[in-house]
Design a protein around this ligand. Structure first.
Ligand code: NAD
Ligand code: MG
Length: 394
């Protein structure tokens, strides 16, 4: 029987890699593709839907529905649009879901997918940053298996196979340090989004590439680690490792440290999640240790990258502080891309919004629902935009 799959965010960087792996493993003959989803790139979305013989193609933008319908006219594929369209597609039970929408927008469809069991391959780390307790609880209640796609968390997941969490002392996330690792703090004031987008090791979407340059991506991964593996923030460490060959590590109570190494290619962790619990050969470059030559490690420069400590703060405050952190970070990133604020302003802005709202957000504890998260997200964005308008460079 063909495995039923849906790919949310299929037109993005993770989504396209997922589609290419599914096609390399037999495409529509081996998989019954229920839904593919995207936003603005309708021609790619329609092309993927046709190639994979999907049942639904969904654009997140309501006004694009008729364009999508015209592109798919006569194909027998149903076009859907908007947040409701995404939820409708997520309600169809499947065996495997890729959750690879970028940002907060991925949370609601991800939660809906988590309600029908099966496996969720989670690339949308924002789901855990904003609503870790709710997301993990939903998966538990519906017997849904959650597999990380983020390379670090896939590495940790693999290093933990057959191990007991009670014997884990710490989890060590590796961070490349991004394109500005060697730039002095003073030179970061005027860097541009184009410079921030040039990741030294990984080829990723624009937002996550800039988040890597500011280390907000690593900050989010600290929060993601807490919820995925149920480990407190004070046992999660971040170490800079410029080669990105060690994808992350787990330290055990007997002093052993298990490291996961491999090529810097997201198809490694996507393929692991796609084929889990088995492993299959993947079309990756061979991992050449001699060519690599050396592995370097260094401490995070917290003065240059205050984002990492803001994530630890969100974990200490608890409740919905992560949702505040994420909303402020998304608004900051948009402000930076638009040229309204500078690179270093992004952390200042997030800190300011956390000062203002995280206390209220922390009151929720672990018992909250999606509407609570949406409300905190909304007020945090308002506070962030007001900060941006007061500090607008343009
Ligand atoms: P991307 O920007 O390349 O693609 C995002 C996808 O989401 C696209 O299909 C886009 O059409 C869709 N989308 C955008 N806005 C939307 C909205 N408002 N509603 C619904 N859909 C929307 O992003 P990406 O780099 O593939 O990242 C996707 C997720 O995976 C992010 O959460 C990111 O942090 C995570 N991730 C990515 C990588 C990577 O290598 N790219 C690695 C680890 C984790
Ligand atoms: Mg990562």
């Amino acid at each position: 029987m063909r495995r039923k799959v849906s790919i949310f965010g299929s037109t993005g960087s993770i989504g396209c890699n997922t589609v290419s792996l599914i096609e390399a493993q037999g495409g529509a003959e081996a998989y019954e593709v229920v839904a593919v989803t995207g936003a603005t790139n309708l021609s790619l979305l329609a092309e993927q839907a046709v190639r994979l013989k999907a049942k639904y193609a969904v654009t997140s933008i309501p006004s694009k529905l008729t364009d999508l319908q015209s592109l798919l006219y006569g194909s027998g594929i149903t076009s859907l649009a908007g947040p409701e369209g995404l939820l409708e597609a997520a309600r169809v039970p499947v065996d495997w879901t890729m959750s690879a929408i970028v940002g907060f927008a991925g949370l609601a469809p991800g939660l809906e997918s988590a309600r029908h069991g099966g496996v969720i391959a989670l690339a949308n780390k924002e789901s855990l940053v904003c609503a870790g307790d709710l997301f993990m609880r939903t998966c538990r209640e519906h017997g849904t298996e959650l597999l990380p796609v983020d390379s670090e968390h896939s590495a940790i997941y693999q290093a933990l196979c057959g191990e007991k969490m009670s014997e884990v002392e710490r989890i060590i996330l590796t961070a490349s340090g991004g394109p500005f690792r060697e730039k002095p703090l003073a030179d970061l004031t005027d860097v541009t989004p184009e410079q921030a987008c040039k990741h030294p090791n990984w080829d990723m979407g624009q937002k996550i590439s800039i988040d890597s340059a500011s280390m907000f991506n690593k900050a989010m991964e600290v929060i993601e680690t807490k919820y995925l593996f149920g480990i407190d923030g004070d046992r999660i460490e971040v170490v800079v490792h410029p080669q990105s060959a060690v994808h992350s590590m787990v330290g055990f109570c007997d002093g052993a440290v298990m490291a996961h190494l491999g090529p810097t290619d997201m198809r490694g962790s996507i393929g692991y999640a796609l084929n889990w619990p088995e492993r299959r050969p993947l079309p990756l470059e061979p991992f050449d240790l001699v060519a690599l030559g050396r592995l370097d490690f260094a401490a995070v420069d917290h003065e240059k990258f205050p984002s990492v400590n803001l994530a630890y703060r969100a974990l200490r405050e608890g409740g919905l502080a992560g949702a505040v952190f994420n909303a402020a970070k998304e608004a900051a990133l948009e402000g930076f891309i638009a040229g309204f604020i500078g690179f270093l302003d992004m952390s200042r802005l997030v800190e300011h919004v956390m000062d203002e709202i995280a206390g209220e957000a922390a009151q929720f504890g672990s018992e909250y629902d999606l509407s609570d998260v949406q409300r905190i997200d909304g007020v945090s964005r308002v506070a962030a935009r007001s900060w941006i308008s007061r500090h607008n460079r343009k």
